[in-house]
Design a protein around this ligand. Structure first.
Ligand SMILES: [Zn+2]
Ligand SMILES: [Zn+2]
Length: 332
């Protein structure tokens, strides 16, 4: 029998060593805690990425007018490198990439770009998608600012398209996708533009749709339209859970593996990060793209304090009232 490896694995679960002190041999070895991760190595690797910071704006200029999205080296390598270097000094770490893939800015009915970017950094998100209603300019402005200011978050150019059958997220698109087309045609246009299509809040509560006079979710169309992912968590405290569960149930019936995203759908920057999409990989936005494309992403909801829940519901009522009175409020 091969003797046990005396170097504990990094993935070994750490337990109370005293509780096992009478045990010997392989069992004891397996129960030892992990060694500190060699963070110096990451810091050295990160130093090699410094030129990417210098060239960030030039790199952005090369891709900002393309018809099809392409990541900059800054988004693909520098940002993950920065995150790893930021771990320096901690002994036990878990690497996890997180994104918030649905939010609004002042270019539709959301918060200012500055507040959105600040909130995204404070929430320690690696990636955000700015998905204004039928508008893409704000996403481009934010992506440029990330490169100019060397911010620690990547921005995906994206849009929330008002299809005639419900809201559809177009991620990684460079230009507007027309509104009021059918769901299938909208998804086809997003794919033709090189992007990925997400069914946003597919089972939005019917009473909100009635109040707004809008079709918000594609509902059972998620069974037949070839979306790349379904928003399984549209971060709404309380009542929202039911329609998120319906989205998961619809996915089960579909019996095809596609990605599940989690998003805040924040119209107020303070709520950014309340819904999150987790993805693996070391290539920043490129890892997210392939994760979404092949169904290797998961959505989850963040923590809501009582104050935040209260503020959310006040905002929801205000948006519904504004929509009712002047047709300018939006909740999704
Ligand atoms: Zn929406
Ligand atoms: Zn939205």
């Amino acid at each position: 029998m091969t003797p046990p490896d005396l170097k504990p694995s990094r993935s070994t679960v750490s337990v109370d060593a005293d509780a096992t002190s009478d045990e010997a041999g392989p069992t004891k070895q397996n129960l030892r805690g992990p060694d500190p991760v060699d963070l110096e190595r990451y810091v050295e690797d990160f130093a090699k990425l410094a030129p990417l910071e210098e060239s960030a704006v030039d790199d952005y200029e090369k891709v900002c007018n393309l018809d099809v999205w392409k990541p900059t080296p800054y988004e693909e390598q520098f940002l993950p490198g920065l995150r790893l270097a930021g771990l320096s000094g901690r002994e036990h770490v878990t690497l996890q990439n997180t994104a918030d893939l649905h939010m609004h800015t002042e270019y539709s009915d959301g918060d200012t770009i500055d507040r959105v970017l600040t909130a995204a950094e404070e929430a320690h998100l690696d990636v955000i998608a700015i998905t204004d209603h039928d508008e893409i300019e704000g996403a481009h402005v934010a992506r440029r600012l990330v490169h100019e200011r060397r911010l620690k978050v990547a921005v995906i150019p994206a849009i929330e398209v008002s299809s005639s059958e419900g809201h559809i997220g177009g991620l990684f698109v460079m230009k507007k996708i027309p509104a009021n087309l059918s769901a299938q045609e909208t998804v086809d246009r997003i794919h033709a533009a090189g992007g990925l299509a997400v069914a946003h809040h597919p089972f939005a509560p019917p009473f909100i749709e009635r109040m707004l006079g809008l079709r918000l979710g594609c509902g059972e169309l998620v069974q037949t339209v070839n979306f790349d992912a379904i928003e399984g968590t549209n971060a709404v405290p309380g009542y929202g859970r039911r329609f998120n569960i319906e989205a998961h149930e619809a996915l089960k019936r579909r019996r095809v593996r596609i990605g599940i995203t989690g998003s805040s759908d924040a119209h107020d920057a303070r709520l950014i990060g309340k819904g999150r999409t987790y993805f693996a990989g070391n290539s920043g936005v490129t890892s997210l793209f392939s994760g979404l494309q092949h169904g290797f992403v998961e959505g989850a909801e963040g923590y809501w304090s009582f104050g935040e829940k209260f503020a959310y519901r006040i905002g929801l009522l205000r948006a519904i009232a504004a929509n009712f009175l002047i047709r300018r409020g939006s909740v999704n």
